[in-house]
Ligand binder design. Structure first.
Ligand code: ZN
Length: 111
């Protein structure tokens, strides 16, 4: 049984130390938070550890807050730009509505 995984280990750091919580604890919303900050797929029936150590719980919460802060900050700065913030066109809208492009295109020559 050398390949058997100890299901009491922390799913994120493999630690067996300290207080652990069930990763599917409904009130904690760990799965959504982990999906938000990590590219790890966690499924109820994946036969992998279902516990989180207290250190990883803290980090996941902290990273979530940090990511949310960065996204909000980015949104705030973008809202200050002179062109409309249309997230559906992210990556391309700069070229379509850039003031320099508009001026060159003659859209303001009417005045
Ligand atoms: Zn851990």
């Amino acid at each position: 049984m050398a390949n058997e995984i100890n299901e009491d280990l922390c799913r994120l750091c493999a630690s067996n130390e300290g207080i652990k919580m069930n990763i599917f604890e409904p009130e904690k919303n760990f799965i959504a938070k982990i999906n938000f900050v990590l590219s790890i797929v966690i499924a109820k029936h994946d036969h992998l550890p279902k516990m989180l150590c207290h250190k990883c719980v803290f980090k996941v919460e902290e990273y979530c807050e940090f990511r949310q802060l960065c996204l909000s900050t980015d949104k705030f700065f973008r809202s200050k730009l002179p062109w409309p913030d249309d997230s559906s066109q992210q990556g391309t809208f700069l070229f379509q509505t850039c003031p320099v492009t508009l001026a060159r295109g003659g859209a303001e020559k009417k005045n």
